[in-house]
Ligand binder design. Structure first.
Ligand code: IPM
Ligand code: MG
Length: 387
């Protein structure tokens, strides 16, 4: 081995050792957190609202209005506080070269739950430094391990809830892969026992509570044998605690096809997936529902929870002067999930009904993303008029 190769190998090993230490430490840490916070018995529940980038501040503003409207009695009684957190912008993140600036992180951690607009994720060629995605950083830092993404198309009999593992898989060290030399780069996939057990349990509990007797686990365990294999095996183990629920085991490629198989797709109800497959499959699912602009997403941890749209910040809409026509439905769906998560079930259901009415059943005004459609504020008014 030449000196050059030897030095590169030593540097890569050192890098790998640091990743290993970090993940071993994380695996221990997540085991020590036992119970979920009980949001109903807090003296005061604090909800943070981060506008984010691009269309984010627009769709977030009207979603905050709706949230405030729904919680007005509790806000007036001092039981709930809604706080704006303005600093989570790409400009601020770039200025400190950090996915989430420290002061913003402190503000986030002072809340119980967060409603977050989409944030711009820098990529090569952008004017921005190549910092980690703010979503990914927030999910990791607040340990929001479950990404719950419902997709419904009642007319087609579709009623899916995806449970995407949110802190591991290809994302755990996604921004810290090893550039060994000019010829070789390596990324890593991470699966931990606790990380898999907790997402599986949440999905099976959801199925049990909702009387659903089937759960589908989606991996690529035939190829990514060690980490996906572990994920699948643990889901099967947890599944044994739920004898009334059957578990089906799918590979991601064929599942991607089955989502557009009209005869089979109605059978799916609850799906559990490692992070990256969950990312990809939920965009496909949202498209079937009417576009990524229609889908909301809940990022759930034991201490914190964050609710957001599943789509990005759409800078093109802002550049073309169309931000006020961006579809707020994804964020409004996120508000429904937030209300449900904090135990305000009746309010969640009321808002969900109004949204179904405005989006599908009555649909008196439509969002098109362009001036021929309604503005996000008009749509929010329409929804509030139905509450
Ligand atoms: C999502 C998004 C993010 C992800 C991006 C913005 C990093 O696509 O929430 O699905 O990959 O998780
Ligand atoms: Mg995605």
């Amino acid at each position: 081995m030449s000196d050059k190769f030897y030095a590169e190998k030593q540097a890569a090993l050192k890098h790998f050792e640091a990743l290993l230490d970090e993940q071993l430490e994380r695996a221990e840490r997540i085991k020590s957190v036992k119970d979920f916070v009980d949001y109903q018995n807090l003296d005061k529940l604090i909800i943070g609202v981060c506008g984010g980038d691009g269309i984010g501040p627009y769709i977030c503003k009207v979603s905050r209005d709706v949230l405030e409207y729904m919680l007005k009695d509790e806000i007036d009684a001092g039981k709930v506080e809604i706080r704006n957190i303005d600093g989570l912008t790409i400009e601020n993140r770039a200025a400190v070269n950090k996915a989430i600036p420290d002061d913003v992180m402190a503000e986030l951690k002072a809340c119980h739950v967060i409603l977050k607009g989409p944030t711009t994720t820098p990529r090569q060629g952008d004017p921005w430094p190549n910092i980690e995605s703010a979503n990914v950083a927030m999910r990791k830092e607040l340990d929001l391990f479950a990404n719950m993404r419902p997709v419904k198309v009642p007319a087609l009999g579709i009623d899916w809830t995806f449970f995407r593992e949110n802190t591991e898989g290809g994302y755990a060290v996604g921004s810290k892969g090893i550039k060994v030399n000019d010829d070789l780069a390596m990324d890593f996939v991470v699966t931990t026992t606790e990380g898999t057990e907790r997402i599986a349990r949440l999905a099976f509990e959801y199925a049990r509570k909702n009387g659903i007797n089937r759960v589908d686990v989606v991996t690529k365990a035939n190829v990514i044998k060690t980490t996906d294999g572990k994920f699948l095996n643990i889901c099967k183990e947890i599944g044994k605690e739920y004898p009334e629920i059957s578990l089906e085991d799918w590979y991601i490629d064929i599942m991607t096809a089955k989502l557009i198989d009209e005869k089979r797709r109605r059978d799916f109800r609850v799906m559990i997936l490692p992070n990256l497959y969950g990312d990809i499959l939920t965009d496909e699912a949202a498209e079937i529902q009417g576009g990524v602009g229609t889908a909301g997403s809940a990022n759930i941890g034991k201490r914190y929870a964050m609710f957001e749209a599943i789509h990005g910040s759409a800078p093109r809409m802002v550049n073309e002067g169309r931000a006020q026509y961006a579809d707020p439905c994804s964020m409004l769906r996120a508000v429904v999930m937030l209300l449900r998560h904090i135990g305000r079930i009746e309010k969640a259901e009321k808002l969900e009904k109004a949204l179904d009415l405005c989006m599908f059943e009555e649909a008196k005004i439509k969002i098109t993303g362009r001036p021929d459609g309604a503005t996000n504020a008009e749509f929010a008014e329409y929804v509030m008029s139905k509450l």
